[in-house]
Ligand binder design. Structure first.
Ligand code: TYD
Length: 135
């Protein structure tokens, strides 16, 4: 499984670091939606779903977490620890976010508007979905 991690170049000087996300440039798709999670409780696992048609870039703009990626055949755990790195998550990829450090803010750039019918929240359904796609 190929893990695609983007490293955004911070524009830094003695005052601060500044990170920019422009669609079709830093982010490899047109951004229709941005959301973030904060106040994540200790020990929680978020995500636990895949999408039929949605690309995302996950950025821990504060703190850190780990992301489990599962394509139905292989699993990888990717740490997100820097505010200038982004993890690309394709549509047909089961994802779980966990191990949130206290105060973490996880920001997500998404290629589509929110659509509950695009979610696959059942793992067996996800396996069927990727098997069908591979045929
Ligand atoms: P959910 O997708 O389950 O969170 P996670 O990233 O952990 O999988 O979303 C949590 C709640 O927020 C759920 O009630 C749906 C709502 N929600 C929206 O209304 N719009 C959105 O863009 C997102 C991502 C979630």
């Amino acid at each position: 499984m190929q893990v695609i991690k983007y490293v955004f170049q911070p524009h830094g000087d003695e005052r601060a670091q500044l990170v920019v996300f422009e669609e079709q440039k830093d982010i490899p798709f047109a951004i229709k939606r941005v959301y973030f999670m904060y106040d994540t409780a200790q020990g929680v696992v978020r995500g636990k779903h895949a999408h039929k048609n949605l690309e995302q870039i996950l950025v821990c703009i504060h703190g850190s977490c780990k992301v489990l990626l599962d394509n139905g055949k292989e699993r990888k755990i990717v740490p997100l620890e820097k505010p200038y790195e982004g993890l690309y998550v394709a549509n047909d990829m089961w994802r779980e976010m966990f191990d949130f450090a206290p105060g973490t803010v996880l920001m997500v750039f998404a290629s589509e508007y929110y659509d509950e019918t695009d979610y696959i929240r059942n793992y067996d359904e996800f396996l069927k979905f990727v098997e069908e796609k591979a045929k």
